[in-house]
Design a protein around this ligand. Structure first.
Ligand code: FAD
Length: 491
């Protein structure tokens, strides 16, 4: 296996991920591209994240509103905001869209779960624009993100689905059906008027663009759940507060407030009413694996600091010379590798599902049209018309099958809850073994412990993800059938 041209991190990655090395035998170019993403993130970890992570964590405990823009501006140099954006519009996502993202976020979160989340939450915000096939916004919003990144200006997105009265309820069809939904989008001439609140939105206080969900009829949330693209400067929109967080502090969890916010029809992503089927479920099916990778990154970071701690002499002895410590290190390595296996298992399935649509020549042919035309208002109007959306729907429905999405969701949820629980176990164990030592390495592990806890909560609590695995993988059928991708609007 030739590894010429790869950095030490790239070589190590192939040793750690044998399936990746095997895939590279067949597709060196594609795999080397994602290794390149990880190498970039490893450089960001070394040069940017590690030197500032502990200070940011401390600062944000004292002052929750504080935000470190330097870490975001620096991230532009490593193209981190383009990770999820398709190559067709200048981003980095290609054949291994989900694997590349997952491996990159593990790397980032091995430096700091908070900085990693601040960067990854942006890609989560981008995801609905891509997965809905809302191409009218690819050459405007996504293009702007890529171009501004080249100039060192982070243009950020955030994904808002959680509401004060509905967290778990908005992530599962049967719960949404009976959920107490506050966010409402009333149809009006030329668009919708949004009222309500979203909470705990990662990166919400910094983002310029938001992908958010609302019911057009709150008494029938499941049938009327719709995804909108909201812009920060829309009248009536604000982000009034952020939470004081226990972990992952470098990333704000913000409240989004909508007071009669007019959102034009062109900013409906997908169709009215398909926000669960073609929105949240597909996004969760794609993103829960990478959330497992976030948890694994946090666990790996704790392991790296714990290992360094074990090698330092205390009272004349080194912890690593004790068998109980050596056995714990072996357990921790096992946990990290088990987690990787789970999320890679998901992401390779996800890559195959999305690749079939996003890299298909018919889809890519749309990008043969010059960008000046693609970004024009008449072309956007065509793409936003019934027929424009139908073109993408038919294509996606042909290539992305319902049972594939269900399978992807099952693997994503399995990876998510296991990786999160395992990260909690690893960080707890390391912390216990370090005792009351006041070394800087213990501070890192203590931070990782707090960071890991949150991965059990977001992207569906671990309890919900267990139920999803039961409903999809174990019962083989969802209690509420997963409606097919892009079903609505096309007969
Ligand atoms: C750090 C952080 C970042 C976040 N970032 C975002 C973001 O960017 N965007 C966003 O939209 N949201 C975000 N969230 C919100 C997150 O997705 C929700 O917190 C999560 O879905 C849980 O919702 P909840 O907090 O309302 O808890 P609840 O839904 O009230 O759940 C409370 C408890 O009850 C259990 N439970 C609830 N219903 C059931 C059921 N039917 N069966 C069994 N158990 C059940 C849950 O598992 C949990 O243990 C974030 C949260 C955190 C902590």
């Amino acid at each position: 296996m030739g590894v010429k041209g790869l950095s030490d991190r790239g070589r190590q990655l192939l040793l750690d991920f044998p399936p990746l090395a095997a895939l590279r035998e067949h597709d060196r170019k594609g795999i080397d591209e994602i290794i390149g993403l990880v190498e970039g993130c490893a450089a960001y970890k070394r040069d940017v994240a590690l030197p500032m992570a502990l200070d940011i964590d401390e600062q944000m405990e004292k002052e929750p509103e504080y935000f470190n823009w330097d870490m975001m501006r620096e991230a532009c140099k490593y193209n981190i905001f383009s990770l999820a954006i398709p190559k067709a519009v200048g981003g980095l996502a290609d054949k291994y869209m989900i694997s590349g993202m997952a491996l990159a976020v593990e790397e980032l979160c091995s430096a700091c779960g908070g900085i990693g989340l601040a960067l990854a939450a942006h890609s989560l915000g981008v995801a609905p624009v891509i997965a809905s096939g809302a191409m009218a916004h690819w050459d405007t919003v996504l293009h702007e993100i890529v171009e501004e990144e080249k100039r060192g200006n982070p243009v950020l997105m955030a994904y808002g689905i959680t509401e004060p009265s509905a967290g778990t309820d908005v992530e599962e069809p049967e719960f949404l059906e009976v959920g107490k939904i506050g966010m409402e989008a009333k149809k009006t001439k030329g668009g919708y008027v949004l009222n309500g609140r979203k909470c705990f939105i990662s990166g919400g206080s910094e983002a310029k663009y938001f992908t958010v969900t609302a019911a057009t009829d709150r008494s029938r949330p499941l049938e009327t759940w719709t995804t909108f693209l909201v812009e920060r400067d829309m009248e009536g929109f604000s982000t009034p507060r952020v939470e004081l967080k226990m972990g992952q502090r470098a990333c704000h969890a913000a409240e989004l407030l909508f007071e009669d916010v007019f959102v034009p029809d062109s900013h409906v992503l997908g169709y009215e009413g398909d926000g669960m089927a073609n929105g949240i479920l597909i996004i969760m099916a794609a993103s829960r694996g990478p959330v497992g990778a976030i948890a694994n990154g946090i666990a790996r970071g704790a392991y790296e600091h714990f290992l360094a701690w074990t090698r330092e002499r205390r009272n004349g002895k080194r912890p690593i010379d004790e068998d109980r410590i050596r056995m714990s290190l072996a357990d921790m390595l096992g946990i990290i590798q088990e987690n990787r296996g789970l999320y890679i298992n998901h992401s390779l399935v996800g890559d195959a599902v999305f690749r079939s649509a996003f890299t298909h020549p018919i889809f890519l042919s749309a990008f043969l049209i010059p960008r000046s035309i693609r970004a024009s208002k008449p072309y956007a109007a065509l793409l936003n018309s019934y027929y424009g959306k139908a073109f993408v729907n038919i294509l996606f429905r042909y290539f992305i099958k319902d049972d594939e999405v269900t399978d992807m969701l099952a693997k994503a949820s399995l990876a998510k809850f296991n990786c999160a629980d395992n990260a909690m176990e690893l960080t707890s164990r390391a912390l216990e073994l370090m005792g009351t030592d006041d070394s800087v390495e213990r501070r890192w592990v203590e931070k990782a412990f707090r960071d890991a806890k949150l991965t059990q909560i977001y992207e569906g609590t671990n309890q919900l993800n267990r139920l999803v695995v039961y409903n999809t993988e174990i019962a083989r059928t969802l209690k509420v059938e997963v409606p097919g991708p892009f079903k609505k609007g096309v007969s």
